[in-house]
Ligand binder design. Sequence first.
Ligand code: PEP
Ligand code: MG
Length: 594
Amino acid sequence: MTEPETTSEEHTICKGIGVSPGIAIGPAYLYAKVSFDVERRDIDPEQVEHEKERFEKAVKRAERDLHKIIAVTREKLGEGSAEIFEAQLMILRDPTMYPEVVSYIENHGINAGYAVQTVMSKHRQVMEASDSEYLRERSNDLLDIQDRIIRHLRRGRILSAVDEETIVIAENLTAADIILFSRRGILGCATDFGGPTSHVSIMARALGVPAIVSTHGGTGQVKSGDLVVLDGIRGEMIVNPDDETLASYRVKQKRYARLQLQDKQLVDLPAETLDGHPVGLQANLELREEIPLMEENGAKGVGLFRTEMMLLMEGRALVTEEEQAAEYSKVIEAVAPHTTTFRLLDLGGDKLLPMGHREHNPFLGWRGIRILMDKPELLQPQLRAILRASVHGPIRLLLPMITEIGEVRRFKELLEQTKTDLREEGMAFDEDIPLGVMVEVPSVALQADLFAKEVDFFSIGTNDLTQYVLAVDRGNDMVAEIYDELHPAVLQLIQLTTNAAKAAGIPVSLCGELATNLRAVPVLLGLGIDTLSASPVYLPAIKRVIRAMKLSEGEGLARRALASSDPEEFRSFMDRWLEEHACGVSFFLEGPDG
Ligand code: PEP
Ligand code: MG
């Protein structure tokens, strides 16, 4: 965990994760979420009906709020984004939760607020104790609903008194908070907790509100009214900056605004190098609600659809084949005529294991394809659902965490069997779905020529490849300094992969976070990557670099990177290169002056 730094000039820097790019400068608004602690009140038996009615009225009012939030969300972000709140609406009338509150009032003879608090806290605690970061983040939604009902029981005010033009600093925010705040014109937000995939992050990106999460106690470093610089690109918050820092950030803010205007003109232009080499630019998505954002940023298809999140949205891993087929079909239709690359469930590692299984060393344990092969009850519904959905548009199938060739061969037998079953059942599907593997374990890169004979495409996952090559946990702050995705050893494995792909005539894309590192973009093209796939908001900047370079220059830079023995020297070299070639993009590099 990173301690906030106090510099000699007395300003405080809190480091977090930038989840929505942009620079905000303004007064802080410390948003302490009103946490209602309702006292237990025993009621007379004849009051029970009245308490139940009060509960029903509060639920109705909460429904009205959510309908309003849904309307704003639809108007601002489109249909898909409103679904989070539609789900919250359903929780209000959840067939377990609602009657449980009613029976609690009846059986214990107590006030409605206490019953709501007790029942919902119990459900929340289960989610909070989960191994899954995703479920822990979703427990926030439950707290939001709980507070909303209790506020109505107390007839409290719905909107918090957040002033416009402030930067909201909170321990945690829900997606509903961010929608309401953005309507009030906040400049940005920072939260102590949360990850890039939490709803608040997705919403902040979609609404264009600069945001950072996971500041490790940022709320403890700020008072309301303090001047704050929030850098959603670097993932930093500076409290009471000195004059020099403030001035450099004001310059950076203006440059960013200019760049955004220019980016709008870039969306329809081809992602092509100066010497006419086309590069695929695709989006990494986790939820259907991100599709409008992907289109706005000019992505030509989905290079990586991580299916874990979508399935876990339901709060359970085993969503039925029918539900999955319906969801995948909607995604495919929305992305068509471009291709959607569905990655099969990559459970394990730092993601949820639905069987509640725990391991000492999960990244080297039961993960990805290993789980899928052992658990047909997970693999089969997903595979059948994806195949069935394939009639709605072009798709590709991607296997996670492949280590050895036997896994691919066994999977292909299973795939054939599944296709035979579907044919016998009279179910239509696309007979020619390309099959690819994630290249994220070094053994696959080292044997890429062997794999290239068995599959139709490669997708390099540098997030994992880096951790496995350098033996450095991708999520551990303590070793973050040695997690270097541009390390020559990582690049050598990329090179082996692209060489094998070229020899076999199959395409190779890269979908790790390295694609968003602008220093790496020319190097990756030089190494022979055909397509870069990244979170949509980063695509315009990547395109800017592509359009400012020649492929031959990329090849020279790749040679230099492979031979580099000094990462710092190479970084500075690339910074200068970008500054000279791709005017403006250096913005996304570290350092307030960009
Ligand atoms: C990767 O490992 O680079 C990757 C894209 O997969 P994930 O981040 O989902 O593990
Ligand atoms: Mg991975």
